[in-house]
Design a protein around this ligand. Structure first.
Ligand SMILES: *[C@@H]1O[C@H](CO)[C@@H](O)[C@H](O)[C@H]1NC(C)=O
Ligand SMILES: *[C@@H]1O[C@H](CO)[C@@H](O)[C@H](O)[C@H]1NC(C)=O
Length: 322
């Protein structure tokens, strides 16, 4: 704890004021770990320190929003001298086992972690209080609840809604099903068709391909009155995680999850509801919505540099999720 946690805390405490004094926007990247995102039997204190770093970054990011961006990287096993010593000292800690424990089939290269840090420092101007996993796809899996419903049959879905309503009282009831269908046809079915028909072409090239899907912060949390939109964006994350597992080692698939971005769609909101902009700006710790270029930079990083990131999603939320 003295090194991993207290050391980082002392650095933030004494060095952040110096960054602020320069008058320019600063950026700090803290090295957490996948051990900061899940439990690690037998090395619990290590895992606890890495979890603590994420909490530290999220909280301090809120205090410094608009002045210093603070993010974490969360790599899994990386080819460093520490890991090389493990391999020499403990033949039972087989490199093979480590290689096989993630879909990309090898541990991370130090340069891959360095590229992520560089991106967070220089280009990620709308990302703060966030963390970026470099885990070779190990985080693709997850747990879900399966409810058997024939979604082609509107009566069956209405019956499911009735069941949910009787338990929770929160079913969406006024949303026209034709609008729901139109939205899913573009956001979800459209992405699915592109993956289905275009991924084989990427594989045929024989080079490692990369796909980035535009999800949204609405894919990470609920959005009252926009439930179908939010559902479609959640679905895209599930699609990317699952297809990433199928194509691991051949094509990397990731999502970006931007919050409100200054696009023509959002400009139409501003014309219709003039006070929307001030309220929305104020709802993000960074104090404004995202610029399209900021989303584009994230897509570019995921396509070109993020060679150890697949089945993951990258949040650009102006600190809202911190
Ligand atoms: C693990 O993967 C690395 C990189 O692909 C490879 O060089 C190494 O031989 C592999 N080790 C084992 C034991 O499979
Ligand atoms: C919202 O933020 C943008 C970018 O900083 C700024 O140009 C705009 O004037 C702000 N709008 C309001 C109403 O505060």
């Amino acid at each position: 704890m003295a090194v991993n946690l207290r050391g980082s805390w002392l650095c933030l405490k004494h060095l952040l004021p110096l960054l602020v004094e320069t008058g320019k926007e600063g950026a700090v990247v803290i090295t957490s770990s996948i051990a900061g995102l899940r439990g690690m039997p037998e090395i619990a204190p290590y895992s606890a320190s890495k979890h603590a770093l994420i909490g530290l970054a999220r909280s301090v990011a809120l205090e410094y929003a608009g002045r210093v961006r603070i993010n974490c990287v969360c790599p899994s096993g990386t080819d460093t001298p520490m890991v090389q010593r493990f391999v020499q000292q403990r033949p039972d800690w087989e490199q093979a086992a480590t290689n096989l424990s993630n879909p990309i089939g090898r541990i991370a290269r130090p340069e891959e972690v360095a590229e992520a840090v560089l991106w967070l420092c220089t280009s990620a101007t709308y990302t703060t209080g966030s963390h970026l996993s470099l885990d070779g796809g190990a985080d693709c899996g997850g747990q879900g609840v399966f409810v058997h419903t024939d979604v082609r049959d509107e009566a069956a879905v209405a019956a499911l809604a009735e069941q949910i309503r009787s338990r929770q009282g929160t079913a969406t009831d006024d949303y026209p099903t034709s609008d729901f269908d139109a939205l899913m046809a573009v956001n979800l079915r459209g992405s699915w068709l592109c993956l289905k028909h275009l991924l084989p072409l990427l594989v045929e090239t024989g080079k490692e391909g990369a796909v980035v899907i535009t999800s949204s912060t609405a894919g990470l949390g609920g959005m009252p009155e926009f439930a179908p939109y939010s559902a479609s964006k959640h679905a895209l994350i599930g699609l990317a995680r699952s297809v990433a597992l199928e194509y691991a080692g051949r094509v990397r698939l990731n999502c970006v999850c931007p919050a409100s971005t200054d696009t023509p769609m959002v400009q139409r909101f501003v014309q219709r509801w003039p006070d929307w902009q001030a309220t929305t700006n104020a709802s993000y710790p960074i104090g404004r919505i995202a610029r399209p270029e900021e989303v584009a930079e994230a897509v570019l990083w995921l396509c070109t540099c993020a060679t150890y990131t697949t089945g993951s999603h990258l949040t650009l939320d102006g600190g809202a999720g911190a």
